[in-house]
Ligand binder design. Structure first.
Ligand SMILES: Cc1cc2nc3c(=O)[nH]c(=O)nc-3n(C[C@H](O)[C@H](O)[C@H](O)COP(=O)(O)OP(=O)(O)OC[C@H]3O[C@@H](n4cnc5c(N)ncnc54)[C@H](O)[C@@H]3O)c2cc1C
Ligand SMILES: NC(=O)c1ccc[n+]([C@@H]2O[C@H](COP(=O)([O-])OP(=O)(O)OC[C@H]3O[C@@H](n4cnc5c(N)ncnc54)[C@H](OP(=O)(O)O)[C@@H]3O)[C@@H](O)[C@H]2O)c1
Length: 417
């Protein structure tokens, strides 16, 4: 503790004691934890680097985006979607829902505060969370007993290094900056990546009379969004209750073959590992087809192999073929940003995900929690949020009891700040 006072940095920033947890991130995960804490009367602070809630949804997604799982799998705890919402809500509807959610639970994040570092102080047995304001550069240090990491699996865009890309003269953008195909009308666009983003951006480009070529450098599982009128995801979850995962994978592939046909004929090679196993072991999400496959079949989306290099207005593909292009959309995925700011290596691994797999990926040591890192989308985040709030709630109630008897030492030390 003394060492901290010796540090000149200590006096240059405002210190705030948080009576309760600090939640980093005001996306669906952070809001869900906040709501579950509110229900128990536990105060908290939500720190958000952007100027709004759910910045991924509000600022970094394309216009045509819809939830790809039925709404009952995407709602956050204790507050259902409005009944009139369709089975697959649009992005606008989802944002509307999240805004009502924050209002309903009276969650007011501290906006424009980017967490730069968070470290557990062994001496005080408290977390020190440092933020910088994006509006005026001011710095604040939050001190708290619990730290909830809710910065998301998709915090940063992944931009691969490809030969010649920097010199390419046409427009290059990541899928998170793509809004609509309108401005690409009539243009030849190379879409790099064939995950859900790559497929949907390619489809959108087609719908706006652009000519997309989609790079498929390895393999991909494509499943229909629905099987016999039931959501594929729901069906898979139902089967998993009764039969092992490998068998569910086999059944899904047979059904996908009946509904979609042999996708290898369209140039889409399937991975040797089944879709659910691949998701669980390597986090690779299967594509839920909403129309791109038909455009691939009709030739409106051209499938091309990996990229060798870009040159002015052209791209050379693995195999030597050269194609002319006007623009590039990098649908090359996202990464977690936890390693940039969290100074902890026991619970989180270098890739910014918890080392333990589901269902043990939500709780670390010393009051550290992670929400929304189990690669299970919104339903996974909701399940984490409920567990985290219950866990903090237990200690909170115990602390309250003890507080009535005596003031804990660490609180006394903080009140001097
Ligand atoms: C295009 C797209 C579509 C998707 N569609 C679906 C879907 O249909 N269904 C589904 O289940 N999942 C979907 N996902 C997955 C998606 O990640 C989750 O739905 C959901 O957004 C996760 O919520 P989250 O709160 O964990 O993360 P995010 O929504 O990413 O929220 C994290 C928040 O933390 C903030 N933040 C990050 N770093 C810091 C920092 N250092 N300091 C302060 N704040 C910080 C961010 O600004 C952000 O607001 C989709 C993802 C993408 C990219
Ligand atoms: N409607 C929806 O709900 C919706 C829509 C979009 C996204 N999402 C979700 O958002 C998350 C992210 O999806 P995403 O599609 O953006 O990312 P993703 O699933 O990680 O896919 C990234 C793609 O980029 C490819 N890639 C990466 N580097 C490359 C390179 N140098 N050259 C060629 N290809 C390269 C990958 O190929 P390899 O496989 O060979 O590495 C992969 O096909 C997922 O969870 C997804 O389900 C949901």
């Amino acid at each position: 503790m003394f060492n901290n006072f010796m540090n000149p940095d200590f006096f240059s920033r405002r210190c705030v004691w948080v009576n309760g947890p600090v939640i980093v991130g005001a996306g669906p995960s952070g809001l869900a934890v906040g709501a579950c804490l509110k229900e128990q009367g536990i105060p908290f602070v939500v720190l958000e680097k952007s100027d709004c809630i759910a910045s991924l949804w509000q600022k970094r997604t394309y216009d045509r985006l819809k939830l790809h799982l039925p709404k009952q799998f995407c709602q956050l705890p204790k507050f259902p979607f409005p009944e009139h919402y369709p089975e697959y809500p649009t992005k606008k509807q989802f944002i509307g829902y999240l805004e009502s959610y924050a209002n309903h639970f009276d969650i007011n994040p501290q906006f424009n505060e980017c967490v730069q570092s968070a470290k557990y102080d062994e001496a005080c047995r408290l977390w020190r969370v440092k933020t910088v304001s994006s509006t005026n550069g001011s710095e604040v240090e939050y001190i708290c007993q619990w730290l909830v990491v809710a910065t998301g699996e998709n915090a940063e865009r992944v931009v691969p290094e490809i030969d010649g890309l920097k010199e390419f003269k046409g427009e290059v953008l990541h899928a998170c900056d793509y809004k609509s195909g309108e401005k690409f009308r009539g243009k030849k666009v190379l879409v790099v990546g064939c995950g859900n983003s790559g497929m949907e951006v390619s489809l959108d480009l087609c719908n706006h009379q652009a000519q997309p070529s989609m790079v498929v450098r390895s393999s991909v599982h494509v499943l229909p969004r629905e099987i016999f009128g039931k959501s594929t995801f729901e069906l898979a979850m139902f089967m998993l209750k009764w039969i092992p995962l490998w068998l569910v994978d086999k059944i899904l592939l047979v059904l996908a073959w009946f509904i979609l046909g042999n996708i290898e004929k369209c140039g889409l090679k399937r991975p040797s590992v089944g879709p659910l196993l691949l998701k669980n072991t390597r986090g690779k999400t299967p594509v839920l087809d909403i129309g791109a496959l038909q455009k691939i079949r009709s030739g409106e989306i051209n499938i091309v192999p990996g990229i060798k290099r870009f040159s002015c207005g052209m791209v050379e593909l693995v195999g030597g073929e050269m194609i002319e292009i006007d623009a590039v959309v990098l649908a090359t995925g996202y990464s977690s940003n936890v390693p940039y700011w969290l100074q902890e290596t026991e619970f989180f691994s270098k890739d910014g995900f918890p080392k333990s797999a589901f269902p043990n990926a939500w709780k670390g040591k010393d009051g550290l929690y992670a929400v929304g890192f189990t690669r299970r989308g919104l339903s996974g985040a909701s399940a984490d949020a409920v567990k985290i709030a219950q866990d903090i709630g237990k200690v909170w109630k115990e602390d309250l009891k003890q507080k009535k008897q005596k003031v804990p030492t660490h609180r006394r030390c903080i009140s001097q700040f």
